[in-house]
Write a protein that binds this ligand. Sequence first.
Ligand code: SF4
Ligand code: SF4
Ligand code: SF4
Length: 248
Amino acid sequence: MAEKPRVAIFDFTGCEGCELNQLNFEDQLLDILAHVDIVEWREAMDDRAAEYDIAFVEGSLSTPDCITRINDIRRRTKVLVALGACAVQGGINGMKNTQAIEEVREEVYGEDKYLFPTLPALALHEVVKVDYNVRGCPMTQIEFLKLFTSLVMGKQPIEPDHAVCVDCKLKENECVYERGMICLGPVTRAGCDAQCPSVGQYCTGCRGLVTNPNLSGMEEILVEHGLSVDEAWKRLELYNANDLEGAR
Ligand code: SF4
Ligand code: SF4
Ligand code: SF4
């Protein structure tokens, strides 16, 4: 029998919600553990390893130390998977990049700001090669399981690149715009099975943008539904500030 893949899990700047979501697999966790050797995972064990077949990495990169560490992880792993919005597209941490960095440091650390070196929050792909993404905030469990199964079986995972609206329509949900809400489904990448609109909530764009999103059309819809242009862009930037830099 072939050796099991050595898997390591790392975290950078984020809330660790994506890692917790992995521990929440309940029914599938034992099956997952049967197919891999977890060799490093700070949140669940003390062991360390020199090399890995697959590294799952949560969080964005926001300090000089993060840059050193992600380069080291990239060097040690065959496959690197970005886990969750912070890692895939900078996520909610990217909002920091829309402010003057010195003002952010002062606001958070006050006169101790020089003790805490900081950088603009970067997605992993902005620093190292990322092989695959598991999107969402927290990461979408069904997408993680599909990717995990593909990697263990040696198959090429498929990443969706159509809008949440497509899946939402296929599920015959009532559009939340009909109920006076605003929703970023038209420009947001599917793969969550239109999770939020399926329970009557609007999409906040946590899975990132589709390729070539119609941003002017999205802005027009948001403004038609009562937001100012500035509010519309702030809404779009919530999870996607890095990808939208210079797009206004
Ligand atoms: S993507 Fe969301 S849940 Fe995951 S670490 Fe970032 S903030 Fe937390
Ligand atoms: S609820 Fe949102 S995702 Fe669903 S169709 Fe309307 S705009 Fe699209
Ligand atoms: S519907 Fe939108 S906000 Fe909700 S999980 Fe999917 S991408 Fe994220």
